[in-house]
Design a protein around this ligand. Structure first.
Ligand code: CP3
Length: 347
């Protein structure tokens, strides 16, 4: 029986219930594709300033939930606030994405967990504000980047196709790379626990670059750190539900679902529906419409939504994309997606 305190559909599915229609939210649902976001962004100044302005960040969080009547809000913030809080310099440049002062073996000792908790206080205030203005039927999702993906940006200093800097580091000097991962495990537990304490109902771990790791390194840097975070967070907040999103995991996905201790798995759009169903036999799944199909819209999108619903309707499923919304996406396509997800049951 579902607990009577589970008032939101998202939490019911994370607890293992199958709901038809499934709850729906989309990765990167707050962002530049929304005109109201662009207006707010113009007022905020820099992107990190925006993330650290609780009133504006709370408004950005709520915009898509209001416009599309979604089942969940995701905190408006970024995965790179953790390195910023630890003392690695992070900057977001127009048209360039994030730029960081690259972190190397000699820099790990200078990063500070104590500094992070104080620096990120405005983020936790945003969480409290959003939770206070959302009805209990809508869940608030907190999040963090997975240690591997955060380490990728820290070591590379920018985005990249192959992230040669963190990969070369982990093979040349595994001990100092592990020290960075260990620090990020602690920082992530702290950051997620603080979001839960401020009112987040569940959390998601984004491992955007998990798929560039070969199998042995996937186990060491994409599975083991998540297992430590899940155990550490549940030690502090036993009821917390965690969604893991190991993008590009491919054939390693089943092992990720079995060994990390996450409560649900986000499926990227490269995961075949049958492989997603195999994961769903063990855990609730979330996903996995191709974001370009949302951009394209029309019958191709509507048909694929029906196919995804049909594939996952027998078990716990949260409707979502297989990666974040693309900035040129027309908001009307998002509205059509929500209608299609909430339409009549699929045969
Ligand atoms: O709506 C939401 O999903 C909540 C907010 C959120 C953002 N970033 C806001 C954002 C979330 C959950 C993220 C996660 C994130 N950030 C990831 C993991 C998920 C993924 O997309 O793979 C990563 C790798 C980042 C790092 C990051 N932040 C990059 C590489 C960029 C530049 C590319 C881009 O999309 O602009 C960002 C910037 C960013 N984060 C924006 C937003 C709304 C755009 C900044 C702007 O408004 O100018």
């Amino acid at each position: 029986m579902p607990s009577p305190t589970l008032q939101s559909n998202l939490l019911r599915v994370l607890a293992g219930e199958a709901l038809d229609p499934p709850p729906v939210w989309l990765m990167r649902q707050a962002g530049r594709y929304l005109p109201e976001y662009r207006a707010l962004r113009a007022k905020a100044g820099g992107f990190l300033q925006f993330c650290y302005a609780p009133e504006l960040a709370a408004e950005a969080t709520l915009q898509p939930v209001r416009r599309f009547d979604l089942d969940a809000a995701i905190l408006f913030s970024d995965i790179l606030v953790v390195p910023d809080g630890l003392g690695a310099r992070v900057d977001f440049r127009e048209g360039e994405g994030p730029v960081l002062e690259p972190t190397g073996a000699k820099d790990v000792d200078r990063l500070s967990l104590r500094r992070m908790r104080a620096h990120l206080a405005p983020v936790y205030e945003t969480v409290a504000r959003v939770r206070a203005s959302l009805p209990p039927s809508k869940a608030l999702i907190g999040f963090a980047g997975a240690p591997w993906t955060v380490a990728c940006y820290m070591a590379e200093g920018k985005t990249s196709r192959d992230f040669a800097a963190p990969k070369a580091w982990l093979w040349r000097d595994p001990a100092s790379f592990q020290a960075l991962i260990d620090l990020l495990v602690e920082a992530t537990i702290e950051h997620l626990a603080a979001q839960i304490e401020a009112g987040a109902d569940c959390v998601q771990l984004f491992d955007t670059w998990a798929g560039i790791l070969p199998d042995a390194e996937f186990r060491r840097y994409a599975i083991a750190p998540i297992a430590r975070i899940a155990a550490g967070l549940k030690r502090r907040h036993s009821g917390t539900r965690i969604i893991g999103f190991p993008r590009g995991a491919g054939a390693m996905l089943e092992e990720y679902a079995r060994k990390t201790g996450v409560d649900a798995v986000g499926l990227d759009y490269g995961i075949p529906l049958e492989a997603g169903r195999a994961v769903q036999a063990r855990l609730p799944v979330q996903g996995n419409l191709d974001p370009v199909l949302l951009l394209a819209g029309g019958t191709a999108m509507i048909d694929r939504i029906a196919e995804i619903r049909r594939a996952f309707s027998a078990g716990p499923h949260i409707f979502n994309l297989g990666h974040g919304i693309l900035p040129p996406t027309p908001p009307e396509h998002f509205a059509a997606l929500v209608d299609a997800v909430r339409g009549a049951a699929v045969p």
